[in-house]
Design a protein around this ligand. Sequence first.
Ligand code: ASP
Ligand code: MG
Length: 413
Amino acid sequence: MALRVMKFGGTSVGSPEKIRNVARRVGRACEEGDRVVVVVSAMGGETDRLTKLAHDIASRPDRREMDVLLSSGERVSIALLAMAVQKLGHPAESLTGRQVGIVTDEDFTRARIREVRGERLRKALDEGKVAVVAGFQGISPSEDVTTLGRGGSDLTAVALAAALQADVCDIYTDVDGVYTADPNIVPQARKLERISYEEMLEMASLGAKVLYTRSVEYAARYKVPICVRSSFNEDEGTMVIEEDRSMEQVLVSGVTLSKNDTKLTIEGVPDRPGIAAGIFSPLSEAGISVDMIVQNVGRQGTTDITFTVMKNEAARAMEVMKPVLEETGAAGVTADDHLAKLSIVGIGMRSHAGVAARMFKALADEGINIYSIGTSEIKISCLIEAKYGELATRVLHDAFGLEAGAGTREMDL
Ligand code: ASP
Ligand code: MG
């Protein structure tokens, strides 16, 4: 008898018919003898609808009230799903974030989980009930409702799986696993059987939309095995687990493309100690994350600094930097948002040389220019012109033999 956490996203519970479908799936797990905790998101589109309502009332809605509002979406789906499961003859009980004791900090709309108490949850399971838990929400120490950031139901599921030491955390979604590239861009993309937490983390933060980044961090910390699978078919999904030796054999696990970055270039900053700190400290204090930083070689006492920020934070970044730039006498800032970030990810890069060279050559052979390069131990990212993004993704998928399965193993570099 296994203990399973099953999470269903908004598209999986988007209509009464889909909710009945989820209930049948949950019912089958019960019939197999598993103890089941189900975590659900709001019905598809609901969180967007609520967000829009708030913005119709206020241009900058109060964040505490925003969470009261947004958390209502998940309340609807847990009640409906509990009813649907009961109708199939299985005892079920819906539980809110407060009832299961998901305690967070007070950072409304993007709260962090501090503790999962879970007494009510254990009680429901002990009584032989299916616990249907609202994703995405928690409660602050002073008992205000909080939410965990868009996509946060994944995090709820992983946190409950960790607290209960569940055997697996199934994330049911509208794709049937993690692919070597977005199948809409690369039709030959292949579903991965397994992927390490670390690779998944890079892929999630680089634009692969299957899992919420923070849920992968959490899973890695508590070693929660995640299975990403489709809610519409019975196919095996992709396991996201701890890395093992055999995974290292694979050079590159996936290619990702994201068009969410803006490149900012600060021209003519004085080339002296403390300038980079002076520019980046205010950005970090404002909670703006910065990536792909390049500082050019200085000429005649000045230099250029280039970096990327999320598109939706670019205007704020410019604002935050203004006083510093005036102080340092920088010549100006330019923003470019016609770029895409193309990345390859794989733990095999740690132990193999020549991966970067192969990536750059494949792009060069297509005449695609690289504007900036960023690397980590298991990732290489290039900024290229956005209009070539899809083509470049296919080119790299091919260059690393990803469709072939075994193709990437120790290939002739
Ligand atoms: N309903 C929330 C959202 O749409 C949380 C989630 O779906 O994971 O972001
Ligand atoms: Mg989601």
